[in-house]
Design a protein around this ligand. Structure first.
Ligand code: FES
Length: 200
């Protein structure tokens, strides 16, 4: 039992453990495990929460997990990149996250439980392409201009999102990226798909 009342051992049994210790872009998956299941068990497992190791993520590094067949991005934001988010308030379409694209606990300046970690579905809210993470230093590779502070660029039709997953005004995507339900099991592990342990 953890300090916040979560029965970690039981949760580990119930959930699909899918952690990796790779670098940027590493995919957390449990497909070999799922392949041995009956069809109904597979269906349950694919929809099950996914536990992801984040203790080795470095500032600026992105990890990609899979939950319910969708990519989930976990980006560790540096202190300096967090400082750029408020600067984008005038140029994003929904700066206060008024639209229902996140749980209440992520309706804040950083759209997250912990400012350090952004956790969003890696699917563009226009037509569902998967955008690319583009750091500030990589802006010229995508013609994003010298004002680019880092964020996500969708190559399909040019939508852009900031480091809080907020969509810029004037692009095809209508809303901010979706924050999935999630909660922290410890300082180094996060559970995607279950937020029953988040204090309301
Ligand atoms: S699907 Fe991303 S801009 Fe159209």
């Amino acid at each position: 039992m953890s300090a916040d009342g979560i029965d970690i051992n039981r949760r580990r049994f119930l959930t699909t453990t899918a952690s990796v210790a790779g670098g940027a872009g590493a995919v957390a998956t449990s497909l070999p495990f799922i392949a041995t299941m009956t069809p109904s068990a597979k269906t349950r497992a694919i929809g099950a929460p996914v536990e992801v190791e984040i203790g080795d993520l470095q500032p600026g590094q992105l990890r990609i997990a899979q939950w319910q067949g969708k990519p989930v991005w976990i980006l560790r934001r540096s202190d300096s990149s967090l400082g750029t988010i408020a600067e984008q308030d005038d140029v994003v379409a929904d700066p206060e996250s008024e639209r229902e694209q996140q749980p209440d606990y992520a309706k804040n300046e950083y759209r997250s439980i912990k400012p350090e970690y952004l956790i969003v579905l890696g699917l563009c809210t226009h037509l569902g392409c998967s955008p690319t993470y583009v750091s500030r230093d990589q802006a010229s590779n995508h013609n994003l201009g010298s004002e680019w502070k880092g964020g996500f660029f969708c190559p399909c039709h040019g939508s852009r999102f900031d480091l809080a997953g907020r969509v810029y005004s004037g692009v095809p995507a209508p809303t901010n990226l979706v924050v999935p339900p999630h909660m922290y099991l410890s300082d180094t592990r996060v559970l995607i798909g279950d937020d029953s342990g988040v204090a309301s």
